[in-house]
Design a protein around this ligand. Structure first.
Ligand SMILES: Nc1ncnc2c1ncn2[C@@H]1O[C@H](COP(=O)(O)OP(=O)(O)OP(=O)(O)O)[C@@H](O)[C@H]1O
Ligand SMILES: [Mg+2]
Length: 152
């Protein structure tokens, strides 16, 4: 992937396919921050990522409703965080996610990553999804310089 790229997806299937291709190239330890409104396609993107990482059944991938973290077993495990329910007092330590996020053996992907600014500092990729029509989504992917202060 180039440093930054924006593309238009015309269907959920297209988003999944592109995310699958992206997921195939990811190395363990990678952190991906997803940003976008309700229904913009974050979980759909995670389904593709999971397939790319060798998770057999993408139906396992759901927005974690009452839990913050789901784990899927693929060729490399995928940690799927969803911060939607967090209040703005929360940080990575209070939710206990700091022990998981960026684990060198796994790939981490975080829905609503912008709820905790600390996550963007640790992220290798920032992916923003915007609804531009019934089944159209504008998806911007940025590869980030990881902040030196993250201590890793
Ligand atoms: N081009 C597209 N890309 C992704 N999803 C699409 C697209 N077109 C339609 N959809 C549909 O939009 C919905 C996106 O829902 P999804 O759960 O992925 O969003 P989300 O961003 O995770 O929402 P939430 O914030 O509630 O977790 C799905 O029903 C999906 O099928
Ligand atoms: Mg979701």
């Amino acid at each position: 992937m180039k440093h930054s790229e924006t593309w238009n997806s015309h269907s959920a299937a297209e988003t999944i396919e592109r995310a699958r291709w992206f997921g195939k190239q990811l190395k363990a330890g990678t952190v991906i921050a997803l940003i976008g409104d309700l229904g913009s396609g974050k979980t759909t993107f995670v389904k593709g990522l999971a397939l790319g990482l060798g998770v057999r059944d993408a139906r396992e991938v759901k927005s974690p409703t009452f839990v913050i973290l789901h784990v899927y077993e693929g060729s490399c495990p995928l940690y799927h965080f969803d911060l939607y329910r967090l209040d703005n007092e929360s940080d990575l330590e209070t939710i206990g996610a700091d022990e998981f996020l960026g684990d060198p053996q796994t790939v981490s992907v975080v829905e609503w990553a912008d709820r905790i600014p600390q996550i963007l500092k640790q992220a290798d990729f920032k992916i923003e999804l915007k609804r531009s029509g019934e089944t159209d989504r504008t998806i911007r992917m940025d590869s980030l310089e990881r902040s030196k202060s993250s201590g890793r």
